[in-house]
Design a protein around this ligand. Structure first.
Ligand SMILES: Nc1ncnc2c1ncn2[C@@H]1O[C@H](COP(=O)(O)OP(=O)(O)O)[C@@H](O)[C@H]1O
Ligand SMILES: O=C(O)[C@@H](CO)OP(=O)(O)O
Length: 366
């Protein structure tokens, strides 16, 4: 009897990690009906982080909240309440920025006006509930506001040269002349799961690397980058610190709030007990939308491959696409939905169908 752990990341824009895991399991079972399955949908701090905790932690409860979404209109979303524990008698609040201020919540990109206010409002709701610990995931954001929206929702004030509050979003960052943190709410224990380790500014910074996917033109990047650099100066933040550039600079804002940043995949794996789940597994299947040259250290698939290797389990990969510059040598076998479906469009259109096929293919390959 084969013991299979399913631990994919979400396939951004097409299928959640939980649904990807279910499809892979169904495909595997069609070839190997006696196999047993443990579902551990993964996340890296970006989209699906709350869902990963919800799937893995008994007694976790979704807490509805209405926030100012990235489109500039109210958004019904939720944060997750984990039961009280020895280290956190008031319970733990899990919030991911992707669910409150994420790029997937937009029909049309708003690079200058989307902001992270909604994320701060969800954090405030968890604090109001009385949680004594926060786990927050950042990534998949719609904005490059340096986390000013989040800090504003927690009591900070960002003022222009005349002492007036600046506009929300990246638009206002350039106008910030002073910052008033006197009414900023006190942070409890906060663990931040960052999906990338980029610094706040410079050629690998939040604006230059992630601004274009949010809709910024190449010609606009230097101004946004310079605004973030000035903001870091005003906040006394080290703009070179790894992770400060996650989610449009929200990583940096969380450091200012007193939080510790940690690479998301490893931290999510630890918090959902993935090593335990893998310890007696024969096979571990992971995956993500695009397995490419950037899928190196820290991303979900390579991290899972390492965990599988240390547990003596066979690691397998299913990805929407697998690019030529990627390293698949970490896996005993891999399956590309694009190859199985015959085209990228087909793979994008029916991810669950092709993930079932991938599960069957992988089961036949070992
Ligand atoms: N079902 C799919 N088939 C083919 N490609 C996919 C599929 N789902 C997602 N992708 C590709 O993966 C990209 C997202 O990559 P992903 O690894 O999920 O996110 P990230 O890089 O932010 O962690 C999408 O832009 C898309 O091109
Ligand atoms: O939100 C962002 O700015 C980036 C980096 O954190 O997210 P993603 O890696 O999902 O593109």
């Amino acid at each position: 009897m084969t013991r299979v752990v399913l631990a994919p990341d979400s396939f951004k824009g097409t299928i959640t990690a939980a649904d990807a895991a279910a499809s892979l399991a169904a495909g595997w079972a069609s070839v190997d009906p006696s196999a047993t399955f443990v579902h551990r949908p993964m996340a890296d701090g970006g989209e699906g982080t709350v869902a990963a905790f919800a799937a893995a932690v008994p007694g976790a409860r979704r807490m509805p909240v209405v926030v100012d979404g990235p489109a500039g209109v109210p958004l019904e979303t939720s944060w997750l309440l984990l039961p009280p524990s020895a280290g956190s008698p008031g319970g733990t609040g899990v919030i991911d920025l992707a669910s409150t201020s994420g790029i997937e919540l937009l029909d049309d990109l708003r690079p200058w006006d989307a902001d992270t206010t909604g994320f701060g409002q969800a954090i405030a709701a968890a604090l109001d509930h009385g949680v004594t610990r926060l786990v927050v995931g950042i990534g998949s954001s719609a904005s490059t506001d340096g986390g000013t929206g989040m800090l504003s929702a927690l009591g900070a004030r960002f003022l222009d040269a005349s002492g007036e509050p600046v506009a929300r979003g990246a638009r206002g960052v350039a106008d910030i002349a002073s910052v008033d943190l006197s009414a900023l709410r006190t942070a409890p224990q906060v663990r931040v799961l960052t999906d990338v380790t980029n610094p706040l500014v410079g050629p690998r910074g939040a604006a230059v690397v992630f601004g274009p996917q949010k809709g910024l033109d190449a010609s606009e990047l230097p101004d946004v980058d310079a605004g973030l650099a000035r903001l870091a100066d005003l906040l006394g933040l080290d703009a070179a610190l790894p992770g400060t550039g996650a989610a449009g600079g929200t990583g940096g804002a969380l450091v200012v709030w007193g939080a510790a940043l940690a690479p998301g995949a490893a931290e999510v794996a630890e918090l959902i007990g993935l090593a335990d789940a893998i310890s007696d597994a024969d096979i571990v299947i992971t995956g993500e939308g695009s397995y490419d040259g950037q899928s190196g250290d820290g991303k979900v698939p390579s991290f899972i491959a390492g965990l599988a290797a240390s547990a003596g389990a066979v690691a397998l990969l299913a990805a929407g696409r697998i690019t030529a510059d990627s390293d698949v040598s970490l896996f005993a076998a891999s399956a590309s939905l694009t190859d199985i479906a015959g085209s990228s469009d087909a793979a994008l259109a029916e991810p669950a169908r092709w993930l079932r096929e991938a599960g069957a293919l992988l089961a036949s390959s070992v």
